[in-house]
Design a protein around this ligand. Structure first.
Ligand SMILES: [Zn+2]
Length: 684
């Protein structure tokens, strides 16, 4: 472990959520809850901490969503910025500033940043051929081109990915590319862009990360960075042809904006400037002073941007500090399946709050207990219920409630003075004294699950102490002993209100109110004298409630329905290639009647049918035996393709094909005329 430096201030950023949809538990678990716990802890320690967040509002997906909905990109980001910001407020994510990249101050900051690097001649200019839509006069981002997938022949594949077979593509791979803007075939046209020459920074990155952060960065983060660097870094375009974003501030760059990956991390700096303007404070020390510690909380999909690209930008700009740590998390799954916005496989924060009002801390607790710190982890509703009922309620809540109720009953809600500490009391108080520093050490090393467990160990300590001491059995005979027991128990409660606050801010605040105490600093934690003798407590109330099976069943059911809907959707097969009318006209389809039906021996699926086609009576072998009983279909009207070349099946010559529909579960049914038309009627 590298020797700990003493920092004058902490600049803590959390990944900017992309403003084209609401946020879900995966976001909360992997970035915002751990960042918030860390920040609340550091503030409680009296450190100067600036906690920065904001919405990432540029980029192609937002423009596509706007087009689809017939609104402007600004309307899209206004909507989702509002929803996201509110979700963070509701869950107690204690940003000092929650900004957004469509703000003027961000456009200025990002533009200036680009200009500085441009003036230092840091970028490489390159001209390349890209798809261009002549009728709408736009260069086309990959997402704006559709065409046939070269792998599966799906005709609506996007220029960056085929959603049918999942293959990553580039627009050049598509067969018959078409512009989404006009429906026309795009042409290739030369366009100039600026590139950040990451290859040039390779030896510096190797020294800074591979050598310099071997011991203090998380294994998953360090490993990913090292393999990126080992693979060799390529120059990366920092601009693109698009009309939504930060305009490129140089001549001859009309119609070009900064690539979203370039402008988004600068959003942390813009947000800090906005905060400084609003509060009248200085922003620069948080970004430019060597005694400031910059920490980025992100998910693992963002590691390359925050560990390699953004630091390279900061380094080349020259006046900024570099991140000291990037505690990236892995992903949270939901009920053993990857969280997916497009499949609606998620627990959305705004929905959670409607269904579990006031239970923000329960979700914060469960997400921290299952935090995907070093590997992907799973959220299940059963575990959510168990952790609430068996841990928060049965241990933490139960201990606090019993202590308060007994104090009210025996001492009229006034803190009793301790009389004499027994050996077990002293052991408990010694443990109480140690726990806060253990929790703090875990948090300082970004081990949030361990820290949460140590916090709960304080509640366990109190709960066990009270249960073992059984004050309710001895009050009549030894009230002085009960004074001491309840004093110790109450001091543990008061300590819990400090150490639980980073994790469970709402409940800790409620606990402070029950104890009639102001919020206290971390430095006071561990003390057995937080509550003075005779201090009047407030009326006891519950900190946590039981979550019933029925509430969990509703959530599980909801997910089952989502799964069902997804399965039906994903089974819809893609549209086949277009055909000419003449091809269709070759099919001779007639109305016919089944006059005989029997099973084909030794097969599961085949029925031998005799059909009156109006033209003749002919034998057809049809694969519907699993869906129809032979005796029940005699007399049924069907559609039959009569000019299909004869084919032998199981030794029987089949003359034609009965048309049937197949649903997503693979069930078959006949396609029959709606009215009782004569045999031989044409179907076209
Ligand atoms: Zn495909």
């Amino acid at each position: 472990m590298a020797e700990k430096k003493k920092f004058a201030r902490y600049t803590v950023t959390s990944a900017l959520p992309y403003a084209n949809g609401p946020i879900h538990i995966g976001h909360l678990a992997g970035v915002y809850v751990p960042a918030d716990i860390y920040v609340r802890y550091m503030r409680s320690r009296g450190e100067d901490v600036l906690f920065i967040g904001g919405s990432d509002e540029h980029g192609v997906p937002i423009t596509i969503k706007a087009r689809q909905q017939g609104v402007t990109p600004q309307q899209i980001v206004d909507k989702y910025h509002g929803i996201i910001k509110k979700a963070f407020e509701d869950f107690g994510i204690s940003f000092d500033i929650y900004s957004r990249t469509s703000n003027q101050i961000h456009h200025e900051t990002a533009s200036d940043f680009f200009k500085t690097l441009y003036d230092k001649d840091e970028f490489v200019e390159k001209t390349s051929e890209q798809y261009y839509d002549e009728s709408s006069q736009h260069f086309l981002a990959d997402r704006y081109i559709t065409g046939t997938c070269p792998h599966c022949n799906f005709e609506k594949a996007y220029g960056d990915q085929c959603e049918n077979c999942g293959t990553s593509l580039s627009a050049d791979d598509l067969i018959n590319p078409v512009s989404v803007l006009s429906g026309n075939k795009p042409v290739k046209k030369a366009t100039k862009h600026w590139y950040l020459p990451l290859d040039k920074y390779e030896s510096w990155l190797r020294e800074w990360i591979v050598e310099g952060h071997k011991d203090d960065w998380k294994v998953n983060v360090y490993g990913q960075c090292k393999s990126w660097i080992d693979l060799g870094l390529q120059p990366r375009a920092v601009t693109r042809d698009l009309d939504w974003g930060v305009k490129v501030p140089v001549e001859g760059a009309d119609g070009k904006v900064l690539y979203v990956w370039f402008d988004a991390p600068i959003g942390y700096i813009s947000a800090t400037r906005e905060w400084a303007e609003k509060t009248g404070k200085e922003w620069e020390p948080y970004w430019k002073s060597d005694d400031s510690r910059l920490i980025h909380f992100i998910g693992k999909d963002n590691i390359v941007f925050h560990c390699i690209i953004f630091p390279s930008m900061l380094k080349q700009e020259g006046s900024y500090i570099l991140p000291d740590n990037v505690p990236a998390f892995e992903f949270l799954n939901l009920e053993n399946d990857k969280i997916s916005t497009s499949r609606n496989w998620a627990v959305w924060l705004h929905e959670y709050l409607e269904e579990f009002p006031g239970k923000q801390d329960v979700l914060r607790y469960v997400l921290t207990a299952n935090a995907p710190e070093t590997k992907d982890n799973d959220f299940t509703w059963k575990d959510f219920q168990a952790r609430n009922n068996n841990e928060l309620l049965a241990i933490f809540g139960n201990f606090v409630n019993r202590t308060l109720v007994l104090t009210k009953k025996y001492f009229d809600g006034k803190v009793p003075a301790p009389v004499e500490f027994s050996e077990p009391d002293k052991v408990v108080l010694a443990e109480l004294n140690e726990l806060p520093s253990r929790i703090g050490r875990s948090l300082e090393n970004f081990r949030f699950r361990e820290a949460l467990n140590e916090m709960m160990n304080m509640a366990r300590l109190g709960n066990k102490y009270l249960t073992d001491a059984e004050p309710w059995k001895i009050f009549k005979t030894d009230p002085e002993r009960v004074q001491t027991i309840l004093n110790v128990s109450l001091q543990i409660c008061a300590n819990l209100s400090i150490v639980a606050a980073p994790f469970l801010p709402f409940s800790a605040n409620k606990l402070s109110n029950l104890l009639n105490l102001p919020a206290m600093d971390w430095s006071m934690a561990g003390s057995p004298k937080l509550l003075p003798d005779g201090h009047q407590l407030n009326e006891p109330a519950f900190l946590f409630d039981k979550i019933e099976d029925a509430e969990i069943d509703v959530q599980v059911q909801k997910l089952l329905e989502t799964k069902k809907a997804n399965q039906q959707e994903t089974k819809i097969s893609p549209v086949k290639e277009n055909i000419e009318y003449d091809d269709f006209a070759k099919l001779d389809i007639r109305v016919g009647t089944i006059i005989e039906a029997e099973k084909v021996p030794k097969t599961k699926k085949l029925l031998k049918l005799l059909i009156d086609t109006g033209i003749d009576k002919r034998t057809v072998v049809s694969g519907i035996a699993e869906h129809y009983e032979p005796e029940k279909i005699i007399g049924k009207k069907v559609s039959i393709l009569v000019n299909l070349a004869p084919k032998k099946l199981k030794g029987i010559e089949s003359n034609g094909m009965i048309l049937s529909a197949e649903n997503s579960e693979g069930a078959l049914c006949f396609v029959s005329p709606e009215h009782d038309f004569n045999n031989g009627s044409e179907i076209k």
